[in-house]
Design a protein around this ligand. Structure first.
Ligand code: 13P
Ligand code: SF4
Length: 333
């Protein structure tokens, strides 16, 4: 059930959130897909890997996670002594929904000689059934450290998995999940937009389907797309990921134009993540005030899930030999 804040009329929410953050010794972490007002008040805004690292390193007593449930669960798995609150416990993810632990366990059992490399966009229960977690910014580096003959199951995002197969040349068995947000981009509408802005490069998240990725000048995680936006030489960029990320681009580069890639109706609003959008200033205030809704994970499950997350954090930070990694920029694959 979505939490309904009590009547908060007349409150200066920003000031109240700041007061509670101090009183609770809380840190507010936010993903780039959050509303601008939440990104602007957060102590830290980042991609899934950055946010995991911050959650592990913080010395705050409370983590208020403005993102989706799998992200807040990751924070709790890595920092069990902290109180972790998620403003709306219904903030799920279509990828998490597509991969139920019982079905994932059965899939693994059918392929006992494969390791399970699993995208962080999954439940704690699926993390506990996995060997190594990856994010979109760490997956290639992690794959490059696996023996060439290692058989791999990759789930739950078949688009990210397919992109990694093409990029790394590794033959992975893919779970058939998708992100409903990135699936909604329309190739036809993207090409119409590109015809209007022929010089504008396209930056896309690897959760997009191949028909969209085929047109991308850059493919990467949210932080990768932001780095590309900082560096590209032109004045207009087409952005094929959740459009709230454009807030960071407009702040950093006010002279440039950033256009969200369109969905089938030609309107990029259909690419707003409905789960991320459940978090509001009102719910964040209530979460800091009541320290609810709180993430709780059974200790045995947490320890199993932590093993695969620890593997990710170690491999994402490892020094790997020159030539092990592909180029950051991809054109035409
Ligand atoms: P990253 O920020 O790690 O690229 O993930 C994108 C995403 O879909 C989060 O749900
Ligand atoms: Fe899940 Fe897609 Fe929303 Fe990210 S953008 S939380 S992958 S539904």
């Amino acid at each position: 059930m979505t939490q309904q804040p009590t009547n908060l009329a007349g409150l200066d929410l920003r000031a109240e959130i700041d007061r509670l953050r101090r009183e609770r010794n809380a840190v507010i972490l936010a993903h780039y897909y959050q509303k601008p007002e939440i990104q602007d008040l957060a102590d830290f805004v980042g991609d899934s890997l950055d946010l995991s690292r911050k959650a592990q390193a913080t010395d705050a007593d409370v983590i208020a996670f403005c993102g989706v449930r799998f992200m807040a669960e990751t924070a709790k798995i890595l920092s069990p002594e902290k109180i972790v609150v998620l403003p709306d416990m219904d903030a799920g993810c279509s990828l998490e929904d597509s991969c139920q632990p019982e079905e994932f366990a059965a899939f693994r059992a059918k392929h006992p000689d494969h390791i399970a490399l699993t995208y962080i966009n999954c439940s704690a229960a699926v993390k506990a059934l996995s060997d190594i977690i990856v994010t979109s910014s760490s997956a290639e580096k992690i794959i490059s450290q696996l023996p060439k003959d290692q058989k791999i199951i990759f789930g739950p995002d078949r688009n990210l998995g397919g992109y990694l197969v093409r990029k790394t040349g590794r033959d992975m068995l893919l779970w058939p999940g998708v992100c409903i947000v990135h699936e909604a981009f329309s190739e036809t509408e993207l090409l119409k937009l590109k015809a209007k802005h022929p010089g504008a490069p396209i930056a896309a998240h690897p959760e997009c389907p191949p028909l969209i990725l085929d047109h991308a000048d850059y493919i990467g995680s949210t932080s990768g797309i932001l780095a590309f936006a900082n560096d590209f030489p032109g004045d207009t960029l087409i952005v094929a990921t959740e459009p709230h990320i454009i807030h960071q681009m407009e702040k950093a580069l006010p002279g440039k134009t950033f256009i969200g890639a369109p969905g089938a109706d030609g309107n990029c609003n259909c690419n707003i993540c409905p789960y991320m959008a459940l978090n509001t200033m009102e719910k964040l205030y209530v979460a800091l005030r009541d320290l609810e809704p709180r993430i709780e994970i059974e200790e045995g499950l947490r320890l199993k899930a932590k093993t695969s997350l620890d593997a990710m954090l170690a491999m994402a930070s490892a020094t790997v030999g020159q030539g092990d990694l592909g180029p950051a920029k991809v054109t035409g694959d």
